[in-house]
Ligand binder design. Structure first.
Ligand code: SAH
Ligand code: SF4
Length: 375
């Protein structure tokens, strides 16, 4: 085995089995190891008491279970929490992970969503997105993606034992980055999220949000068909080319055909959530709502209208609430279930999709100005 230390967060069950086989161990040790890490939240091999002492020593020598260092942590008055996590690399790279609780804990309607990042920056260059404006620094590794959930679950669990944590019920890839542009690492991470010996989440509770990388939407459908959100933002190619430049490569007819394939043959319950950022005077007219309804046609769809989150230098304004209501009404009249995303964690800049610009500029000042509310 190589001298490199392996971060076990980066392996799904098959990967862990292979790594253990290389150490001359039986494959079922992978199951035990995963249970220690993901059910019990244990990162210290010495505490994994049903493993032999010799295996514990071997693991300690060659492997690690390493969560990223927390650079800052904030808690909003509405319960939203944000962590800025160091991921190393040049210029002290960091990503954000945001926890958004809704409803009261324990009630049937409770939902705790963890919004995770898949890349440092993003190459897609959407014109309304601060992450896009900073370009792509690098892909996160599978370990760095999995570690975000492990870390947050740990931080939110009362006693550190992850099998008792009920805070996080859903995971969405809506932090920094385009998840389907980092496909292999995202897929490995999803496998850990879904594995019964991992986080045991159901496919419906893990959502991949994409700007529309058509070939990878098809691959995901074959590999693990999680829930899907598509960032549409415009119903005609001319405007979408401007807002979401990847549209030039995969225009709306190809994108919508991929959406149709993604939900085909999977029962009536499956739908795609179409995200639509509301930009004042750009994409928020009644006629554009009607075009959107036409585009979605008979697809199993929900629309989520997202009030634009402004950032310094952004060339757009947020649509007025009355305009958002009118747009929503147009869609509802055409029987399209449409929700408006409540802005959460405004006091800590936690809204998904606008995380990074502010973080990096603050990071440049060594995170000056970010109040760390709790250690
Ligand atoms: N790259 C993926 C997932 C991360 S972005 C994607 O684009 O789908 C998550 C969501 O936030 C996307 O729907 C994105 O379009 C939206 N978003 C980005 N910047 C935003 C902003 N300034 N205001 C509101 N929503 C924004
Ligand atoms: Fe990337 Fe999504 Fe931002 Fe577009 S909206 S630049 S795909 S993170």
């Amino acid at each position: 085995m190589s001298a490199e230390v392996i971060n076990l967060f980066g392996h799904d069950r098959a990967g862990l089995r292979a790594a253990l086989a290389e150490m001359g161990e039986k494959p079922f040790r992978a199951d035990q190891l995963m249970q220690w890490i993901y059910r019990h939240g244990v990162d210290d091999f010495g505490a994994m008491t049903n493993l032999s002492l010799s295996l514990r020593d071997k693991l300690a020598e060659h492997c690690t279970v390493a969560a990223p260092e927390v650079l800052a942590h904030q808690e909003s008055t509405d319960g939203t929490r944000k962590w800025v996590l160091a991921v190393g690399g040049e210029g002290e790279q960091a990503v954000e992970t945001v926890f958004i609780p809704e409803g009261s804990r324990g009630s049937e309607r409770y939902r705790g969503t963890l919004c995770i990042s898949s890349q440092v920056g993003c190459a897609m260059d959407c014109s309304f997105c601060s992450t896009g404006k900073q370009g792509l620094s690098r892909n996160l590794t599978a370990a760095e993606i999995v570690a975000q959930l492990w870390f947050a679950a740990h931080a939110l669990s009362g006693n550190g034992d992850l099998k008792d944590q009920r805070a996080i019920t859903n995971v969405v890839f809506m932090g920094m980055g385009e998840p389907l542009a980092n496909y292999a690492a995202v897929l490995t991470a999803i496998r850990v999220f879904l594995d019964d010996f991992g986080f045991g989440l159901s496919k419906r509770r893990v959502t991949v949000s994409t700007s529309g990388l058509v070939p990878f939407m098809d691959r995901l459908r074959g590999d693990c068909d999680t829930a899907m959100a598509v960032s549409l933002h415009a119903a005609d190619d001319a405007l979408r080319n401007e807002l979401v430049p990847i549209n030039r490569k995969y225009p709306l007819d190809e994108l919508m055909a991929a959406c149709r394939r993604y939900t085909a043959d999977r029962g009536r319950k499956t739908h795609i959530v179409y995200e639509y950022v509301m930009l004042d005077g750009v994409n928020d007219a009644d006629s554009q709502a009607r075009d959107l309804a036409k585009l979605l046609g008979d697809l199993p769809a929900k629309v989520n209208l997202i009030p634009f989150n402004p950032f310094p230098g952004a060339p757009y304004e947020r649509s007025a609430p009355a305009r958002v209501d009118a747009f929503q009404e147009q869609l509802r009249r055409r029987n399209i279930v449409t929700t408006v995303r409540r802005t959460r964690g405004d006091d800590i800049d936690a809204a998904c999709g606008q995380l990074v610009g502010r973080v990096t500029s603050r990071q440049r000042n060594r995170l000056g100005g970010i109040p760390v509310v709790r250690a």
